[in-house]
Structures are given as C-alpha cells and as structure tokens.
Write a protein that binds this ligand. Sequence first.
Ligand SMILES: C[S@@+](CC[C@H](N)C(=O)[O-])C[C@H]1O[C@@H](n2cnc3c(N)ncnc32)[C@H](O)[C@@H]1O
Length: 343
Amino acid sequence: MSQQQQLNKRNKTQSHPFLRFAGLILPWLTPPELAAVSSTCKTLHRISKSVALRRSLDAARSLERRPIPFHNPLPGDATTAQYANFLYTPSQLLPSQSPTRQPWGLHSPGQLGRDLASQSDRISPHQGKSGCGCDCEGCGEEESGEIFCGVEEEMETGILSECGPSCGCGLECGNRLTQRGVSVGLKIVRDVRKGWGLFADQLIPQGHFVCEYAGELLTTEESRRRQEIYDGHMTGGRSSSALLVVREHLPSGKACLRINIDATRVGNIARFINHSCDGGNLSSVLVRNTGSLIPRLCFFASKDIEEGEELTFSYGEIRVRANGMPCFCGSSCCLGTLPSEHT
Ligand SMILES: C[S@@+](CC[C@H](N)C(=O)[O-])C[C@H]1O[C@@H](n2cnc3c(N)ncnc32)[C@H](O)[C@@H]1O
C-alpha cells in the first residue's frame, strides 16, 4: 500500500465519530465491555490495551495525590481483573452517593487527585478569629507535614480531633493532617495465599499518617445484610470482602457508637490491607472532624516501616467461627485463623 493510501486509510478510520472519541469513552467501560469493544477493530484494540495498562498503574483512578500501582509478581496469575469493578473513593460516603460508573485510566495517574487537592486548598470559606482558621484547638498551628507529631496520647487512646466542615480554615490548616489524601508511596502487591496486600514503596517513619479507611457508611442493619451475602461468597471461594465494624465506647461505658464502613465495592486503598495477629505496623485512630457527626478511621505508622514492607493491622481478637479462614500473617503469635465475629 502506498504512503498516500495508508494516510487515506488512517484518516478514514479516525474520522469515524466513535473512534475520534474512543479515548474518552473507553476508560468508562467495565472490563467485559472493554473486552467486547477491543475485539471489534485494531484501533479499538490498541486503545483498550492502553486503558487496561493505565488501570494497573493506578488503583486510585487518579483520585489520590499520587498513583498507587498494582504489582503482580506471580507468573501466569490473573492480574488486576478482580478489582477492575472496584470503584474508588478517597473519603467515606453514603451508599446513595456511591458512583455507579467511574473512569479509570482517563487522566494521567495522580492528576485528578492533585487537581482536587489544589482546588480544596483554595477553599477557605471564611476566616476565624485567629485570622487563619477557627476556634478549634490546634487550628492555625504551623503545618506539621504528615507526622502525628508526638501526640502519643491520641495514638494510645485512638481518638484525634481535627478541624472540619464547620471550621473557617482550609485544607492548608495544620489541624487537618488526615484530610489531604495519601501522601506516602504505596503499591498493591499480589501474594499467592493472602491475595492483594498494601505495601510501602518508601520508608514511612513512625507516627506518619498513611491513609483513611474509606468506603460506604452503612447502617448496622444494612451491614449485617451485606455481611451475610459476603460470607456466602467467601465459602464459595470468591472475592474477599472489606466490611469493617468499628465500635467506639462512649465515656459512660454503657453504650457504644458503631460505625460500619464497607469498602468491598466502593472504597480506597485501605481495603487492600491484610491482617496480622501481632497487630502489624499500623495504628488505627478515630478522627473527629469539627462539624461532622461520624468519625473517620485513619491509619498511622505505629513503627518505622521499611520500603517494600507490607502494611498490616489486626482485624480483631475474636474468633467465633470454628472453621475460620486460615491466617498466613507469618507472625510468631499467629493464631492460625483470621478474626471473625457476629456482626
Ligand atoms: C480487606 S481484604 C484485604 C485484601 C485482600 N487480600 C484482597 O486481595 O482483596 C480481607 C481479606 O484478605 C485476606 N487476608 C487478609 N489478611 C490475611 C491473612 N493474614 N492471611 C490470609 N488471608 C488474609 C482474606 O481473604 C480476607 O478476607
């Protein structure tokens, strides 16, 4: 074929309206839809391949400040397919706010997250009395980076207060440490026995904020309904669930606040954190934001975490199931089964 003929052919192909917009449309497709489109012609096959590659380069779908890639060292194993239907949210939301479709591989990794962060940095609705923020304790203090700067008391009690939606300060406030998204290098690595796990891609110093456990906030009734479904899936050997129940005991000691966060279908990278019987290297802290009723669950490094080390925490102490799922945490105090409790 002469050069002119080739040029004509390319112009003809690219002038097809669908092909012209394929780069914008394909990132919105689910894996089966993408596979179907990919088999129709060479151009769509090429675009589909690049979309699939970009998916594996950032599990966060560009919604964090930096990309969080999938890495599968297991030869011949299914890659990210299992998570291609997983929708990403950097913060907790109600099921009614959950997206039903979300682009993946549309933006360059981390771009959208950076745009959002810089947008929210500009949002500073009104200035408080201090001139830079509100009246919360700690507001207006110099920004401490991402370190939970020596507030060991809160690390132990597991409760931290931050400025929130009703404050006059913006995201640049030093008292909003956990609200600026993931700032450390992370990657999601596949293990033959535990499935995917979250790993440090850099040294994370003790006390450093790692991430929030984000997902759908459920009522207890809905969480019980979903847990039953997930238990059924698991006994069938299918995908793993990520429904976390947190109980905060109120000062009276007579009641407790129960928070149900389901990151199984819609969540963030915290849903990839595996269990360790020795408590792992992450501390969980409940963060109360001024003006927000529901606290958020956030993870901080409980010790210095080396680059390449897996991030883990303890899913709990209770094991109610006689035949619980086997635990492969590898710690010297491993109890052999994963925690399980009646929800
Ligand atoms: C919240 S998910 C963590 C991510 C999960 N590995 C995955 O691939 O999606 C919880 C599930 O991970 C697996 N898991 C977590 N910790 C484990 C451990 N110590 N040993 C074996 N499996 C583990 C179990 O299948 C569990 O139901």
